[in-house]
Design a protein around this ligand. Structure first.
Ligand code: SF4
Length: 173
């Protein structure tokens, strides 16, 4: 059995490891589904919204589409735009190059991957989905990095496929 420092490293949204960093001061502990992966990997947690100084608790943000571009703005005051801060925050995280995979929080405007609602018109439920700003930038930087949302880890086939891809990514670095 490998010791923690010898295991390949997976990045993970901090709230999924039980850290109380969500906008409402809560977490989204996914430890039971992440647990299975600890025999193969160690984890590096990161919360982009805390990293850009939004604090806990904080007003919620969401994705909107304006003139064919996606922005991440405050839900009640769309003039507060943190898109560029989240992009730059991702670009500054040199530790990402040591990773062999990333588990992200589904539906988050920062961390989601293809599941985050995008608001087109205020007061009309979103019908469009995309990736959170941080994760979209992560994938731009590391297009082959295996990424999965925590929901998908519930599916044994998806989970084993993710493990296989992450170990292969580590092996071929
Ligand atoms: S920004 Fe990401 S890590 Fe931070 S609370 Fe939201 S989903 Fe979790």
């Amino acid at each position: 059995m490998l010791s923690a420092q010898d295991k390949p490293v997976i990045g993970i949204s901090s709230c999924l490891l039980g850290e109380p960093v969500r906008y409402d001061g809560n977490h989204k502990n996914a430890q039971p589904i992440v647990e299975h992966l600890t025999q193969y990997f160690s984890f590096q947690s990161f919360c982009p919204e805390v990293a850009i100084g939004l604090g806990v608790p904080r007003p919620p943000i969401h994705l909107i589409k304006r003139q064919q571009k996606i922005y991440c703005v405050d839900v009640s005051d769309p003039s507060i735009d943190v898109t560029e801060q989240l992009i730059q925050c991702c670009q500054q995280q040199d530790w990402q190059q040591t990773l062999c995979g990333y588990i992200v929080k589904a539906r988050s405007p920062s961390c989601g991957w293809k599941s985050t609602p995008i608001t087109l018109i205020r007061d009309i439920p979103p019908q469009l989905f995309g990736s959170g700003i941080y994760t979209a930038q992560l994938i731009k930087r590391y297009p082959n990095l295996p990424v999965i949302e925590e929901d998908q880890l519930n599916d044994a086939i998806c989970r084993e496929d993710f493990i296989r891809r992450a170990l292969s990514y580590e092996h071929n670095k």
